[in-house]
Design a protein around this ligand. Structure first.
Ligand code: PRP
Ligand code: URA
Length: 207
């Protein structure tokens, strides 16, 4: 069980712009894509390498390449989509599955509406969702992926609440969580404080 807080200065700087209420949709979306790529470095840091013998224009050498575990990115719709393009810049061969859910406004429980994965269960799964609030959506997504046969799952978010981190760690201690910030907690509407507001609305200009 591990919580990785990625406090790289470039990520922190971009996140601060995203948090500002005056930041508009276009800039918010661009920054989330950039952060998605930057966080990708940390989320993939433990990926295994193997040695290969290659020829440079100068001589033969023993070099490193990824040891072949295939990657599956799984955005939780809608907001998770905002991190996918950045990750695909880093891992262009990754496949992308989708899980659709939204939080019911009164119960704050996730309402499931879509699930589509590519073939092959032996992939390293990176779930993306910028907001980890109560943890309900993340836990439901992990549950569905495990039930479907995936076993190597990690969770990448942008802003997490301690309540959500605790819930995921309790229910799925084997799932590592990567986040750029651990905020103070949830308000009475289960929004993250200080947070950045509603990520889906800010990415897609709804509301
Ligand atoms: C948001 C967010 C997460 C979820 C987090 O989605 O993107 O999926 O809430 O909350 P939780 O940890 O309490 O489950 P939302 O329901 O706003 O849907 P959207 O992405 O379609 O806007
Ligand atoms: N979903 C969001 O988009 N923001 C929050 O603060 C909590 C859930």
């Amino acid at each position: 069980m591990a919580l990785h807080i990625i406090n790289h200065p470039m990520i922190q700087h971009k996140l601060t712009i995203m948090r500002r209420k005056e930041t508009g949709t276009r800039e918010f979306r661009d920054l989330l894509r950039e952060i998605g790529m930057l966080m990708g470095y940390e989320v993939t840091r433990d990926f295994p390498l193997k040695t290969v013998t290659i020829e440079t224009p100068m001589q033969q050498m023993v070099a490193h390449e990824l040891a072949g575990r295939k990657i599956l990115l799984v955005p939780i719709l809608r907001a998770g989509l905002g991190m996918v393009d950045g990750l695909l810049t880093l891992i262009p061969t990754a496949k992308v599955g989708h899980i659709g859910m939204y939080r019911d406004e009164s119960t704050h429980e996730p309402v499931f509406y879509y699930y589509k994965m590519p073939q092959g269960k032996d992939r390293i799964v990176i779930i993306t969702d910028p907001m980890l609030a109560t943890g309900g959506s993340a836990c439901d997504a992990i549950h569905r992926l495990k039930e479907d046969g995936y076993s190597n799952i990690r969770m990448m978010c942008l802003v997490a609440a301690p309540e959500g981190v605790k819930r995921v760690q309790l229910e799925y201690p084997e799932v590592d969580i990567y986040t750029a910030a651990l905020d103070d907690g949830l308000n009475s509407d289960c929004y993250i404080m200080p947070g950045l507001g509603d990520a889906g609305d800010r990415i897609f200009g709804t509301k």
